[in-house]
Structures are given as structure tokens and as C-alpha cells.
Design a protein. Structure first.
Length: 132
């Protein structure tokens, strides 16, 4: 389940994160120098200027939160995580008022097909007993 995945992977991810931060600090130490001019430029930026559609941001965060909760409760809800993800995506598309044709053009279809094929292949290996 998704919860099993989180419980198994979380410690490993935390260790890798700590190693990454330490290595980045060592390998890119020259990039971590204080530059007053760059600080001034960054502090002058306003994050609200980057948000073009505040309603869509709020909707996206709400749907993301609902999907994450549903992932955690998918065994109680009797829904596969893939169904939860698809429902969340379709809900966001319906609420966003965006043109579905334009959204579909931005989807990375080859990657999705690759992962679908990979999951089908792994599922087949599990069912035939090869994984055991």
C-alpha cells in the first residue's frame, strides 16, 4: 500500500536528503558565498508577482491535499492509488476552467505510457511468480 511504501522509504529518503545537503555544501561551497547585491535583488522580488491565477493555486493546493489524504486512506476507501490520482487530476481539470485540449498537449504522454507499460510488466511478473 501507499502507507507501506512511505514507512519503508521515509528513513532511506531522510538519510539521502542529509547526504545530499552535506555534499552540496561541500561541492558547491563557492556558490554559497554571501553577496550583498544578490541579496538585495532577491529581497526585492515579490512571490505574488509570479502567481498569475491565485484561484488556480488555491484549487490546486486543495486538490493536492485531498489526494494526499486519499492516498493515506486508500485502503479504507477501497480505492487504488491510481484511481485516486486520476480522480484528483480530473477534478482539478474540471474546476480549473482550463481547456482540456490545451492541457492534454502539455502532458508528457511518452513518459506516462512508459510507466504504464512498466507497471503492467511488473504486475505480470508478480502474478506469474517470477518476483517470488
Amino acid at each position: 500500500t501507499f502507507n507501506d511504501f512511505l514507512s519503508v522509504m521515509a528513513p532511506f529518503v531522510l538519510v539521502v536528503l542529509i547526504v545530499l545537503v552535506v555534499l552540496c555544501r561541500i561541492m558547491f561551497r563557492k556558490a554559497f558565498r554571501y553577496d550583498a547585491e544578490r541579496v538585495k535583488q532577491v529581497m526585492a522580488l515579490r512571490e505574488s508577482d509570479a502567481i498569475r491565477d491565485r484561484r488556480l493555486v488555491v484549487l490546486s493546493l486543495a486538490v493536492l491535499g485531498a489526494v494526499l489524504v486519499a492516498f493515506g486512506l486508500h485502503t479504507v476507501l477501497h480505492l487504488e492509488p491510481s484511481v485516486v490520482a486520476l480522480l484528483g487530476g480530473l477534478l482539478l481539470l474540471a474546476l480549473s476552467r482550463l481547456d482540456p485540449t490545451e492541457v492534454a498537449k502539455d502532458v508528457e504522454w511518452p513518459t506516462l505510457v512508459f510507466f504504464a507499460g512498466l507497471f503492467v510488466m511488473v504486475g505480470g511478473l508478480v502474478e506469474t511468480g517470477v518476483i517470488d
